[in-house]
Design a protein around this ligand. Sequence first.
Ligand code: IPD
Ligand code: CA
Ligand code: CA
Length: 254
Amino acid sequence: MLNSIIDIVKKAGEIYRSAGSDLGITDKGSAVNLVTKYDKMIQDFLFSELEKAVPGCSFFGEEGDGNKVLTDGLCFIIDPIDGTTNFIKGYQHSAISVALAKDKKIIIGVVYDPDLDNLFYAQEGKGAYLNGKPIHVSDCSIEKSLVLFGTCPYEHELAHKTFELTEKIFYKAIEVRRGGSAALDICYVASGKADLYYEMILRPWDWAGAYLILKEAGGAASTFDASPLDANKIDSFVCGNKKVLAEFYALLQS
Ligand code: IPD
Ligand code: CA
Ligand code: CA
Protein backbone atom coordinates (compact mmCIF):
# COMPACT_ATOMS: atom_id res chain seq x y z
CA MET A 1 0.00 0.00 0.00
CA LEU A 2 2.87 2.41 0.86
CA ASN A 3 4.34 2.11 -2.64
CA SER A 4 1.01 2.82 -4.35
CA ILE A 5 0.49 5.88 -2.12
CA ILE A 6 4.02 7.12 -2.93
CA ASP A 7 3.40 6.70 -6.69
CA ILE A 8 0.16 8.67 -6.44
CA VAL A 9 1.72 11.47 -4.35
CA LYS A 10 4.62 11.77 -6.81
CA LYS A 11 2.12 12.06 -9.69
CA ALA A 12 0.36 14.80 -7.72
CA GLY A 13 3.76 16.52 -7.62
CA GLU A 14 3.68 16.66 -11.43
CA ILE A 15 0.43 18.64 -11.21
CA TYR A 16 2.14 21.02 -8.74
CA ARG A 17 5.14 21.46 -11.07
CA SER A 18 2.90 21.98 -14.11
CA ALA A 19 1.51 25.21 -12.62
CA GLY A 20 1.68 28.09 -15.06
CA SER A 21 1.28 31.81 -14.43
CA ASP A 22 -2.49 31.61 -13.83
CA LEU A 23 -2.78 29.98 -10.41
CA GLY A 24 -6.48 30.83 -10.01
CA ILE A 25 -6.00 32.45 -6.60
CA THR A 26 -8.99 33.13 -4.35
CA ASP A 27 -9.23 33.80 -0.64
CA LYS A 28 -10.88 31.67 2.03
CA GLY A 29 -12.58 34.49 3.91
CA SER A 30 -9.47 36.51 4.77
CA ALA A 31 -6.96 38.34 2.60
CA VAL A 32 -4.07 36.21 3.95
CA ASN A 33 -5.73 32.81 3.71
CA LEU A 34 -5.36 32.01 0.04
CA VAL A 35 -6.12 28.98 -2.10
CA THR A 36 -5.32 28.23 -5.75
CA LYS A 37 -6.92 26.05 -8.38
CA TYR A 38 -3.92 23.71 -7.92
CA ASP A 39 -4.75 23.07 -4.24
CA LYS A 40 -8.18 21.89 -5.40
CA MET A 41 -6.88 20.01 -8.45
CA ILE A 42 -4.29 18.11 -6.38
CA GLN A 43 -6.82 17.25 -3.67
CA ASP A 44 -9.32 15.97 -6.28
CA PHE A 45 -6.57 13.94 -7.96
CA LEU A 46 -5.45 12.42 -4.64
CA PHE A 47 -9.01 11.58 -3.59
CA SER A 48 -9.82 9.81 -6.84
CA GLU A 49 -6.50 7.93 -7.22
CA LEU A 50 -6.24 6.91 -3.56
CA GLU A 51 -9.83 5.66 -3.64
CA LYS A 52 -8.86 3.35 -6.51
CA ALA A 53 -5.76 2.15 -4.60
CA VAL A 54 -7.59 1.66 -1.30
CA PRO A 55 -11.25 0.91 -2.12
CA GLY A 56 -13.73 1.81 0.59
CA CYS A 57 -11.42 4.26 2.37
CA SER A 58 -12.66 7.63 3.55
CA PHE A 59 -11.09 11.07 3.22
CA PHE A 60 -10.43 14.10 5.32
CA GLY A 61 -8.88 16.92 3.29
CA GLU A 62 -8.23 20.61 3.79
CA GLU A 63 -10.03 21.99 0.75
CA GLY A 64 -13.79 22.17 0.19
CA ASP A 65 -16.71 21.58 2.51
CA GLY A 66 -16.37 17.80 2.67
CA ASN A 67 -15.83 15.64 5.73
CA LYS A 68 -13.31 17.06 8.22
CA VAL A 69 -13.54 14.28 10.76
CA LEU A 70 -11.19 11.35 11.23
CA THR A 71 -13.36 8.27 11.09
CA ASP A 72 -12.78 4.60 12.00
CA GLY A 73 -11.61 2.21 9.28
CA LEU A 74 -9.10 3.42 6.70
CA CYS A 75 -9.13 7.20 6.42
CA PHE A 76 -6.76 9.51 4.52
CA ILE A 77 -5.85 12.93 5.94
CA ILE A 78 -4.68 15.21 3.13
CA ASP A 79 -3.15 18.63 2.70
CA PRO A 80 -2.84 19.00 -1.09
CA ILE A 81 -0.43 21.94 -0.80
CA ASP A 82 1.03 22.75 2.58
CA GLY A 83 2.66 26.12 2.08
CA THR A 84 0.20 27.69 -0.35
CA THR A 85 1.61 31.19 0.20
CA ASN A 86 5.09 29.90 -0.72
CA PHE A 87 3.60 28.22 -3.81
CA ILE A 88 1.88 31.44 -4.88
CA LYS A 89 5.07 33.46 -4.48
CA GLY A 90 7.33 30.88 -6.15
CA TYR A 91 9.31 30.52 -2.90
CA GLN A 92 9.72 26.80 -3.71
CA HIS A 93 9.14 25.38 -0.24
CA SER A 94 5.83 23.51 -0.07
CA ALA A 95 4.66 19.95 0.36
CA ILE A 96 1.95 17.49 -0.58
CA SER A 97 1.03 15.69 2.61
CA VAL A 98 -0.86 12.39 2.92
CA ALA A 99 -1.48 10.33 6.05
CA LEU A 100 -3.38 7.06 6.20
CA ALA A 101 -5.03 6.21 9.50
CA LYS A 102 -6.55 2.88 10.52
CA ASP A 103 -9.17 3.15 13.24
CA LYS A 104 -7.90 6.70 13.96
CA LYS A 105 -4.24 5.65 14.32
CA ILE A 106 -1.87 6.91 11.64
CA ILE A 107 -0.09 3.98 9.96
CA ILE A 108 1.44 5.60 6.85
CA GLY A 109 2.81 9.11 6.28
CA VAL A 110 4.05 10.52 2.95
CA VAL A 111 5.25 14.12 2.56
CA TYR A 112 6.59 15.18 -0.83
CA ASP A 113 8.44 18.40 -1.61
CA PRO A 114 7.90 18.74 -5.37
CA ASP A 115 10.38 21.61 -5.77
CA LEU A 116 13.36 19.73 -4.36
CA ASP A 117 12.00 16.27 -5.30
CA ASN A 118 12.40 15.25 -1.65
CA LEU A 119 10.20 12.37 -0.57
CA PHE A 120 9.78 11.73 3.16
CA TYR A 121 7.81 8.63 4.16
CA ALA A 122 7.18 6.18 6.96
CA GLN A 123 5.13 3.15 7.77
CA GLU A 124 4.28 2.25 11.36
CA GLY A 125 7.09 0.19 12.92
CA LYS A 126 9.29 0.32 9.80
CA GLY A 127 11.34 3.49 10.27
CA ALA A 128 11.33 6.79 8.40
CA TYR A 129 13.06 7.61 5.13
CA LEU A 130 14.07 10.53 2.93
CA ASN A 131 14.55 9.49 -0.69
CA GLY A 132 15.14 5.89 0.40
CA LYS A 133 17.66 6.63 3.16
CA PRO A 134 16.78 6.19 6.86
CA ILE A 135 16.37 9.41 8.84
CA HIS A 136 16.59 10.19 12.56
CA VAL A 137 15.95 13.16 14.81
CA SER A 138 18.98 14.90 16.31
CA ASP A 139 19.90 14.66 19.98
CA CYS A 140 20.49 18.41 20.36
CA SER A 141 19.42 20.43 23.36
CA ILE A 142 18.03 23.94 22.74
CA GLU A 143 21.42 25.60 22.91
CA LYS A 144 22.64 23.50 19.96
CA SER A 145 19.37 23.76 18.04
CA LEU A 146 18.20 25.25 14.80
CA VAL A 147 14.61 26.06 15.72
CA LEU A 148 11.65 26.24 13.33
CA PHE A 149 8.39 27.96 14.18
CA GLY A 150 5.05 28.80 12.59
CA THR A 151 3.34 32.15 12.86
CA CYS A 152 -0.32 30.97 12.85
CA PRO A 153 -0.86 33.23 9.82
CA TYR A 154 -4.65 32.84 9.95
CA GLU A 155 -4.90 33.73 13.68
CA HIS A 156 -3.25 37.14 14.01
CA GLU A 157 -4.32 37.34 17.66
CA LEU A 158 -1.59 34.76 18.40
CA ALA A 159 1.20 36.77 16.76
CA HIS A 160 2.35 38.61 19.88
CA LYS A 161 2.60 35.43 21.99
CA THR A 162 4.32 33.60 19.14
CA PHE A 163 6.98 36.25 18.65
CA GLU A 164 7.48 36.71 22.40
CA LEU A 165 8.14 32.98 22.79
CA THR A 166 10.33 32.95 19.70
CA GLU A 167 12.41 35.85 21.01
CA LYS A 168 13.03 33.88 24.23
CA ILE A 169 14.04 30.81 22.24
CA PHE A 170 16.14 32.84 19.80
CA TYR A 171 18.45 33.93 22.64
CA LYS A 172 18.87 30.31 23.81
CA ALA A 173 19.23 28.49 20.47
CA ILE A 174 21.72 28.79 17.62
CA GLU A 175 19.13 30.35 15.25
CA VAL A 176 15.44 30.38 14.32
CA ARG A 177 13.70 29.95 10.92
CA ARG A 178 10.16 30.48 9.60
CA GLY A 179 9.81 28.22 6.52
CA GLY A 180 6.07 28.41 5.73
CA SER A 181 5.24 24.69 5.50
CA ALA A 182 4.44 22.93 8.75
CA ALA A 183 4.67 19.51 7.08
CA LEU A 184 8.22 20.24 5.91
CA ASP A 185 9.12 21.80 9.27
CA ILE A 186 8.19 18.53 10.99
CA CYS A 187 10.01 16.43 8.36
CA TYR A 188 13.09 18.63 8.76
CA VAL A 189 13.06 17.91 12.48
CA ALA A 190 12.54 14.20 11.69
CA SER A 191 15.63 14.22 9.49
CA GLY A 192 17.84 16.26 11.84
CA LYS A 193 18.00 19.25 9.44
CA ALA A 194 16.47 21.17 12.35
CA ASP A 195 15.89 20.29 15.99
CA LEU A 196 12.63 21.79 17.28
CA TYR A 197 9.43 23.07 15.65
CA TYR A 198 6.37 24.66 17.23
CA GLU A 199 3.21 26.57 16.30
CA MET A 200 0.39 27.77 18.53
CA ILE A 201 -2.36 26.49 16.23
CA LEU A 202 -2.08 23.70 13.71
CA ARG A 203 -4.76 21.78 11.87
CA PRO A 204 -4.64 17.97 11.55
CA TRP A 205 -3.89 18.00 7.81
CA ASP A 206 -0.83 20.20 8.48
CA TRP A 207 0.83 17.61 10.76
CA ALA A 208 -0.76 14.19 10.14
CA GLY A 209 1.54 12.88 7.36
CA ALA A 210 4.72 14.30 8.86
CA TYR A 211 3.83 13.14 12.38
CA LEU A 212 4.34 9.44 11.62
CA ILE A 213 7.60 10.26 9.82
CA LEU A 214 8.78 12.13 12.92
CA LYS A 215 7.72 9.31 15.26
CA GLU A 216 9.39 6.64 13.17
CA ALA A 217 12.53 8.82 13.09
CA GLY A 218 12.65 8.67 16.90
CA GLY A 219 11.01 12.03 17.59
CA ALA A 220 8.01 13.02 19.67
CA ALA A 221 5.21 15.57 19.26
CA SER A 222 2.48 16.93 21.49
CA THR A 223 0.40 19.99 22.22
CA PHE A 224 2.11 22.79 24.20
CA ASP A 225 0.77 21.32 27.45
CA ALA A 226 2.39 17.95 26.60
CA SER A 227 -0.94 16.27 25.79
CA PRO A 228 -1.10 13.73 22.97
CA LEU A 229 -2.18 15.03 19.56
CA ASP A 230 -5.73 14.40 18.41
CA ALA A 231 -6.52 14.57 14.67
CA ASN A 232 -10.09 15.57 15.50
CA LYS A 233 -8.92 18.73 17.26
CA ILE A 234 -7.30 22.01 16.25
CA ASP A 235 -4.55 22.63 18.80
CA SER A 236 -0.99 23.79 19.44
CA PHE A 237 1.87 21.63 18.19
CA VAL A 238 5.49 21.09 19.18
CA CYS A 239 7.97 18.41 18.12
CA GLY A 240 11.60 17.42 18.53
CA ASN A 241 13.71 14.90 20.40
CA LYS A 242 12.61 14.15 23.98
CA LYS A 243 15.35 16.29 25.56
CA VAL A 244 14.56 19.44 23.55
CA LEU A 245 10.83 18.94 24.13
CA ALA A 246 11.36 18.84 27.91
CA GLU A 247 13.34 22.09 27.67
CA PHE A 248 10.55 23.66 25.58
CA TYR A 249 7.86 22.75 28.13
CA ALA A 250 10.03 24.21 30.91
CA LEU A 251 10.59 27.40 28.95
CA LEU A 252 6.82 27.85 28.52
CA GLN A 253 6.51 27.86 32.34
CA SER A 254 9.34 30.35 32.88
C1 IPD B 1 0.03 26.54 6.62
C2 IPD B 1 1.50 26.27 6.63
C3 IPD B 1 2.20 27.28 7.53
C4 IPD B 1 1.64 27.25 8.92
C5 IPD B 1 0.14 27.43 8.93
C6 IPD B 1 -0.51 26.40 8.03
P1 IPD B 1 -1.30 26.03 4.36
O1 IPD B 1 -0.64 25.61 5.79
O2 IPD B 1 1.78 24.98 7.10
O3 IPD B 1 3.58 27.01 7.62
O4 IPD B 1 2.22 28.30 9.64
O5 IPD B 1 -0.31 27.29 10.24
O6 IPD B 1 -1.89 26.60 8.02
O7 IPD B 1 -2.43 26.97 4.64
O8 IPD B 1 -0.24 26.62 3.52
O9 IPD B 1 -1.79 24.68 3.88
CA1 CA C 1 -1.36 23.28 5.68
CA1 CA D 1 -2.97 23.59 2.36
